[in-house]
Design a protein around this ligand. Structure first.
Ligand code: ZN
Length: 296
């Protein structure tokens, strides 16, 4: 049976799976992302080896690859990634030359939106916004059952201003993702306490009397829910799907955001907040589904 290989290349791990036409996955793997690889050449070597290893046991007819940052999907170019350090990398033509099969490229959060829309938590919603909160924050917008992504920077909600003055990698100060992301929560906690702990641990501590953790989490919830007010005013999604590592903080995370939205939304459509069903696999599922759509 012919399958697509879906690959989600992130800052620390390359998540991959074989994906059939319905979005069902098999042979899910995680491979470390080469670090300090600004030319992307080591990553291309690792991706080539990975794809060839899948092809030893499965009939792979194409590859869907998704990466963070700004992506020129049409021309197969990774334009810019602060996480990976890449600039204008012609990754699709290099991989196609190595593999001899078709490769398609997309922005990771757009692929997550695609997966949630087709087979995940947004499947039955005509409009949805999928918010990926991990190291950074970005969204995928689904309107009338289709992912809306007319420009590489659409969805970069993480780079919109809030009232704090923390410097951001994009050159601005006070961007949303400098407060409302897992990476920021860890950094901001360390700046105040000197202690390096995970975002999930900081959420835990905020519920057990750690005032620094509580203040940072309250600020996180305040700016994130405020951004959801703008999203609701513009898109009016039926559901907001919370994806990415931070969303695994679970029910208490949703409970707090619900409380904030109850206070902040009046006339706008009140979105239902739901957790991603696909979680860490959503990027590779979306990559595989996009490969079916474009190459199948
Ligand atoms: Zn920024």
């Amino acid at each position: 049976m012919s399958l697509m290989l879906g690959i989600d290349l992130g800052g620390t791990a390359i998540k991959s799976a074989l994906v059939d036409r319905s979005g069902a996955t098999s042979d899910t793997r995680s491979t470390p992302t080469p670090q300090n690889d600004p030319t992307g050449q080591r990553s291309i070597e690792v991706l080539t080896e990975l794809a060839n290893s899948y092809r030893e046991t499965a009939e792979v007819s194409g590859v869907g690859l998704v990466v963070p940052g700004l992506v020129d999907a049409q021309n197969g170019i990774a334009i810019y990634s602060g996480t990976l350090g890449w600039r204008d990398l012609d990754i699709v033509s290099q991989l196609e030359a190595n593999l001899g099969i078709k490769v398609t490229l997309e922005h990771d959060v757009t692929a997550i939106g695609h997966a949630e829309n087709r087979v995940g938590a947004a499947k039955d919603a005509s409009s949805a916004v999928v918010v990926a909160i991990g190291t950074a924050l970005a969204v995928s917008v689904i309107i009338d059952g289709e992912v809306y992504h007319p420009h590489p920077a659409v969805g970069e909600l993480g780079h919109t201003p809030t009232k704090n003055q923390r410097p951001c990698v994009c050159g601005l100060k006070g961007c949303l993702e400098m407060t409302a992301s897992g990476g920021a929560l860890s950094r901001n906690y360390k700046a105040e306490t000197g202690e390096q702990v995970s975002a999930l641990e900081i959420f835990e501590r905020s519920q057990s009397g750690d005032t620094t953790a509580l203040e940072l989490v309250e600020e996180f919830m305040d700016v994130l829910s405020t951004s959801f007010v703008f999203v609701s005013a513009l898109v009016g999604p039926e559901v907001i799907v919370l994806a990415g590592g931070v969303s695994t903080a679970g029910d208490s995370f949703i409970d707090r955001l619900n409380q904030e939205l109850d206070q902040k939304l009046t006339i706008h459509r009140r979105p239902k907040l739901v957790l991603s069903k696909l979680q860490a696999g959503s990027g590779s599922v979306g990559a595989g589904l996009l490969a079916w759509e474009r190459l199948g």
